[in-house]
Design a protein around this ligand. Structure first.
Ligand code: PGA
Length: 252
């Protein structure tokens, strides 16, 4: 963690969750009610199909709902795409951009991720910008160069009306049960912090840096104890309230 930064535990449901899954969100929301007041922010990024219902459920609580992608334009002839205005209209407040699954499945480049992040921030959303190296890049010692190129290319120059959050997600750790060593995460996060301070000055010290990739209740405490890890981006373990809240307990 970073002194003075309020941690963020964010879930990413990916292409999972039908209406029947809203019961899990209800349990998570209730855990964030006043009285149970957590020492961290909670966010779950659901599929677009659940966005409006999830945001309605989370309204009047400190539990927030986000989307997993957005278009860089506000409206227009972009069949199948969703804009940041539509996301806001559903009542959601955050957007994940540049997740490695989108960079891989949809060939999203840094410049496209930058456009999406700018759109989200201009609208006043939190933009969670994901970066991370592949297994072969790590093995060939390129990790920090890859992180630098992704940060330079996909993080906007200004948070505009929103909040920039950066998530370090080594591709080989996503959904595999593998996690980097504490030393490796520490090296990556310290590097990212220095890059942000070089670029944003004092403001770079308070940008939240999340770690993502096989975060579970069993490893959350150790991961969150690492300097400059200000929270988690959680995939598989965010689908069940018991697991997600188990991770949140690492912050209490
Ligand atoms: P995982 O996914 O927690 O299932 O590894 C993390 C992510 O892709 O955000």
């Amino acid at each position: 963690m970073t002194p003075g930064i309020r941690p963020l535990v964010a879930g990413n449901w990916k292409m999972n969750g039908l209406k029947s899954a809203l019961g899990e969100l209800e349990i998570m929301r209730d855990a964030s009610k006043p009285g149970n007041k957590p020492n961290h922010d909670m966010l779950v990024c659901v599929p677009f199909t659940l966005l409006a219902q999830a945001a309605e459920m989370a309204s009047r609580s400190s539990f927030n709902i986000g989307a997993q992608d957005c278009h860089k334009n506000i409206s227009g002839a972009h069949t199948g795409d969703i804009s940041v205005e539509m996301i806001a209209d559903c009542g959601a407040e955050a957007v994940i951009v540049g997740h490695s699954e989108r960079r891989t499945d949809h060939g999203e480049t840094n410049i496209e991720v930058l456009g999406k992040a700018n759109a989200a921030l201009d609208w006043g959303h939190m933009a969670i910008i994901c970066i991370g190296e592949s297994e072969s890049q790590r093995k060939s010692g390129e990790t920090l160069n890859v992180l630098k190129a992704q940060m330079d290319g996909s993080i906007p120059d200004s948070p505009a009306n929103g909040e920039i959050v950066v998530a370090y997600e080594p591709i080989w750790a996503i959904g595999t049960g593998l996690t980097p060593t504490v030393q490796d995460i520490s090296e990556a996060h310290n590097f990212m912090r220095n890059e942000l301070v070089d670029r944003f000055g004092e403001a770079g010290k308070s940008i939240r840096l999340l770690y993502g990739g096989s975060v579970k209740p069993a490893n959350a405490k150790e991961l969150m104890g690492i300097d400059n890890v200000d929270g988690a981006l959680v995939g598989g373990a965010s689908l069940k309230a018991v697991d997600f809240l188990g991770i949140c307990e690492a912050y209490q």
